[in-house]
Design a protein around this ligand. Structure first.
Ligand code: GLA
Length: 684
């Protein structure tokens, strides 16, 4: 039995609609055109606070009543926003202290959006009041199928350094550390005479003369994610209380550093995401695939919703390139291919005023005469043909470990190299897997890995011993683990693990780092992988493999799989493997580009028996599979390349887009197919 995200059947299609920018005659035209385009869900009210509550004690719901009735009369469902992302001028002037303050002490002014301090009680009270008012008024409205909390938490403002934030930070620290002695220990305040006598002496990490205490910065990152989450939870609690049974979501921003989405997603009824791959970037679809895999993984494979994408160009890059014909369709199908149950947009009708008037929309400025409109209508029709895909699930073949604590700690200052950035480390690994057609799920390091034969950890700079123990048990249970460089370095307080890196993974991997050896910009260090030359960039390490006899395991020590051949590390090991029964633990001590990362990963992939989703796939074609509860498969084939490609299927299927039965098919440049493949007998 598959469950849809909302009670709207099929795939969701529509976008943000900002009717407060338009007259009611335009609304009438809008709903007619929505029906023509096959829109079945609109997000209403995201930035409507000033219209809904024009002053502290005055409310204006009449227009929204009429709007929801109108939409409902046209058979369109509503994702109703709580409208809290842009507090109105009257509220800001009554409570100037709710404006956020930067690390340099500058209070940010009204006149944009997202101008609030996450710890402001005045902001929170007003936001919850508005949420409650909306929930009370519309909970039984027949158009309502989804609540949209706020908008993109952490967009523009992720932190605030005002006195209210400082007090909230101190409360959070008390809860986390209990006593000031524990705080001193955890922050290592014996260094540079940073000892505190009481929590009252602690401040947020405002701009200081030199490097700020790293654990203070790490705790600050954790606190800032939690402070925004507390706001979200307050609105969600109001909605759950007043409007039970209607799902609630807030739109994430893909792989976004400031918010620990593992934690956040626990408070979502389903995950929704805003994604804006850059049409000017020929590799944008690889990053998009990575982000979509994360969104699917946040709720262990459950369908998610693409809440926003641009039909064509955005307006916030220095140069905003439109999507050429076919790209909008292809990228929309890509989100579905990776587990989305709908494709929504920013926005329905292009604005004529305001900061986003050059942003594309489903209905462009040119109206129904424009190419954009034809593509909007065409995509709506195709999504209707794909309705049965809703509720089916995609699962990756390998696991990639991702941890926000580690991401935050990795990117703190005064490290051996400032070039070790999580996304830069992750991308070549992901790209190598993508090129090989190997699909992946993301998991936290403490996640349930046993169903994956292969787990990849491009970087786990900060690694708790409990998580390391789980990785150890995974390998000893027959799993294959590959760890990237600069891993197992610190504990959860960002203190160096004793005995050398990779800390709690030393025994498992059978290696110890004597010294990290960062590579200056523009230089590289050569490696030999069984006669093939590779090039390390950014990072290398002087590692030593542990002596098998000194080991307390019955296994052999680590074998050298690749070694450095140039520079001070020449002849030293670069890539190692240690066997533990049927399992293996690999260590890659340097950073490589995607092509070289792939050459290394081919070995553990082969050993773990992990292959492509569809073997023999031509270059540029992406293949993913979703499975319905009854065993029906939906094979998505997407040609991201500029040449025609023939794809042979492993089992015959019917292309839902064309209705044609096929055992193989030719995809035009930017072409796509979605094949329904009936369950095999034993699966059915
Ligand atoms: C984000 C926001 C929208 C809009 C778009 C523009 O996703 O949520 O309100 O600003 O970006 O791309």
């Amino acid at each position: 039995m598959t469950m849809n995200l909302t009670r709207v059947p099929g795939l969701l299609y529509g976008g943000d609609w900002n009717p407060e920018q338009w007259s009611e005659e335009v609304w009438a035209e809008d709903v007619k055109l929505m029906a023509e385009a096959g829109v079945n869900l609109v997000t209403v009210g995201v930035f409507s606070w000033a219209r809904l509550q024009p002053a502290a004690h005055s409310w204006d719901f009449g227009w929204l009543d009429r709007l929801l009735d109108l939409v409902h009369a046209h058979g369109i469902a509503v994702d109703l926003a709580t409208a809290t992302a842009s507090p109105p001028a009257w509220l800001v002037r009554a409570h100037p202290e709710l404006l956020p303050v930067t690390a340099d002490g500058v209070r940010l002014e009204f006149g944009s959006r997202q101008h609030y301090c996450p710890s402001s009680t005045a902001y929170r009270a007003a936001a919850v009041r508005l949420t409650r008012a909306l929930a009370t008024r519309y909970r039984h409205h027949p158009a309502l199928v989804l609540w949209h909390v706020h908008n993109e938490y952490g967009d523009h403002v992720q932190e605030c350094f005002c006195p209210a934030s400082a007090a909230d930070f101190r409360r959070w620290l008390r809860e986390r550390h209990g006593t000031v002695e524990e705080l001193n220990r955890s922050w290592g305040t014996a260094f540079w005479s940073q000892r505190y006598n009481s929590f009252d002496q602690v401040e947020p990490p405002r701009t200081a003369p030199g490097p700020v205490n790293p654990t203070q910065l790490l705790d600050w990152r954790r606190f800032c994610s939690d402070a925004l989450l507390a706001l979200h939870r307050a609105e969600k609690a109001a909605l759950d209380e007043i409007s039970p049974g209607v799902p609630v979501t807030t739109n994430f921003m893909s792989m976004f550093k400031a918010l620990d989405y593992w934690e956040w997603s626990r408070h979502e009824d389903f995950v929704s995401d805003d994604a804006y791959p850059d049409p000017a970037d020929p590799r944008a679809h690889v990053n998009a695939a990575m982000n979509y895999d994360l969104m699917r993984s946040l709720k262990a494979g459950r369908p998610w919703l693409l809440m926003e994408q641009a039909p064509s160009a955005v307006s916030w890059r220095p140069v905003n390139v439109p999507k050429p014909p076919g790209l909008y369709r292809l990228w929309s199908l890509q989100a579905l291919a990776r587990g989305a149950d709908g494709v929504l947009h920013f926005q329905w009708r292009a604005s004529v005023a305001g900061a986003e008037k050059f942003h594309s929309a489903m209905l462009p400025h040119r109206g129904t005469a424009g190419r954009g409109w034809r593509e909007t209508v065409a995509l709506g029709a195709e999504l209707r043909r794909l309705g049965e895909v809703a509720g089916s699930r995609m699962r990756g073949r390998a696991a990639v470990l991702l941890d926000w604590d580690s991401w935050w700690a990795l990117e703190l200052d005064d490290h051996p190299s400032a070039r070790m950035r999580w996304l830069d480390l992750l991308r070549p690994w992901y790209a190598a897997l993508y090129e090989r057609g190997v699909t992946v799920d993301f998991l936290p390091p403490g996640g349930e890995l046993t169903r994956y034969p292969l787990a990849l950890a491009p970087n786990l700079y900060l690694l708790d011993t409990a998580d390391a123990d789980r990785l150890d048990a995974y390998v000893r249970g027959g799993g294959h683990l590959v760890c990237g460089p600069f891993s197992g370095v610190t504990d959860r307080h960002d203190h160096i693990h004793p005995g050398g890196q990779p800390g709690p993974l030393r025994e498992l991997l059978g290696v110890v780092v004597d010294e990290p050896w960062p590579i200056p910009d523009g230089e590289s260090t050569a490696l030999d992988l069984d006669g093939v030359g590779l090039s390390a960039l950014r990072w290398s390490e002087w590692i030593e493999t542990s002596d098998a006899e000194a080991s307390d395991t019955e296994t052999n020590g680590a074998e050298t799989i690749a070694h450095y051949t140039s520079g001070p590390l020449a002849n030293r090991p670069a890539v190692t493997r240690r066997r533990h029964g049927d399992g293996t633990a690999w260590y890659l001590s340097c950073h490589l580009d995607a092509a070289d990362t792939g050459r290394v990963l081919d070995l553990p992939l082969a050993e773990a028996g992990v292959g492509a989703e569809l073997p023999g796939l031509p270059a540029g074609v992406e293949a993913t599979r979703r499975r319905a509860a009854d065993g029906t498969e939906y094979l998505f084939l997407l040609n991201h390349g500029s040449v025609e490609r023939y794809v042979a299927l492993d089992r015959p299927g019917t292309d839902l887009l064309t209705g044609t039965a096929a055992t193989g098919l030719t995809l035009a440049p930017l072409g796509a197919a979605v094949l329904r493949i009936p369950p095999t007998e034993e699966r059915a």
